[in-house]
Design a protein around this ligand. Sequence first.
Ligand SMILES: NC(=O)c1ccc[n+]([C@@H]2O[C@H](COP(=O)([O-])OP(=O)(O)OC[C@H]3O[C@@H](n4cnc5c(N)ncnc54)[C@H](O)[C@@H]3O)[C@@H](O)[C@H]2O)c1
Length: 328
Amino acid sequence: MINIAIIGAGRIGHVHARALGARDDVTLTLVCDPFEQNARALAEKYHVKYCLDPDEVFDDATVDAVVIGSPTQFHVDHILKAVNSGKRVMCEKPIALDLESAKRCIDELGDRADHVMMGFNRRFDPTFSALKDRLDDGEIGDLQQLTVVSRDPAAPPASYIAGSGGIFKDMTIHDFDMVRNFLGDIAEVNAVGTNVSPEIAEQGDFDQVIVTLKSRDGKLATIINSRTCAFGYDQRIEAFGADGMLSADNLTATAVRKATSTQTEAKTAVMDFFLERYEDAYRIELDAFLDSITIGGAVCPSVRDGYQALVLAEAAARSAKEHRAVTV
Ligand SMILES: NC(=O)c1ccc[n+]([C@@H]2O[C@H](COP(=O)([O-])OP(=O)(O)OC[C@H]3O[C@@H](n4cnc5c(N)ncnc54)[C@H](O)[C@@H]3O)[C@@H](O)[C@H]2O)c1
């Protein structure tokens, strides 16, 4: 039995706690959050203990593995303390708010970095991974262009934006990881950003961005992000290849369509947000992490992938600020 602790009992802490329930060789034993009402709410839901100080998790010899869902500014500290106390770790994205901290983390971990998993859940989404498998099988020949669309239904609260590191590190980071997963190493980044939300503009962040990337072997990618979307959580991918195209549209709760005198092919609304749209992905992601503990071997994506995605996020932020292409 693998004993798990969750650090950070917020939105993503709840998602991971729910996903843990799918395995019978795993027990959630401890929840940690300095805000007692958050710690208690998650702990009571799953009938487990809670604590307010992360050091209690690291000092607890009965905890085998830690899922880190604390705010990004604490990730490096929590990763290092957990690994140094002998625990296996899965940490939410992004690895850190700045490259220096991320590099310190990777350097201090050394070989152990290959065993610390990064929470890039979209790699595990069954629809996106089926698309990637078919691309890898050569169904559309060589990939030439990738388009990733990711729009949130509504922006997070101002307090979350303030500690998020900005849209490129907080939101686009998922898409940078997807592009790296499809295209390999990136050579060049071009980004533009704008605002439809005055509140986000006041915080010095963008709420709409478009990023174009060129891989080392000349393939192109476009990422389109918005913090708001009138029709819900817009998550699509299109891979354009020499012999055709593979695309993955938004998912709806059922496949039922309606035709009337005013509409044809009408589906129900797209899945609400990350909790619903990526429920399977979070479960499969956690499975991969837990399998790395029971079966052994390196994890993928690891914190090294987290570092590389952050390199692209910083390049995009510089590109948008300086209005120029940035070579990576
Ligand atoms: N992979 C995904 O799809 C996904 C989705 C959402 C958030 N995230 C990431 O998860 C992290 C948390 O985001 P969230 O949306 O759950 O935020 P949240 O604000 O809902 O939750 C964060 C929780 O951490 C707690 N916390 C604050 N300081 C802490 C500390 N020092 N130690 C431990 N816990 C602390 C807060 O009380 C809160 O309960 C962020 O890094 C975010 O980027 C990932």
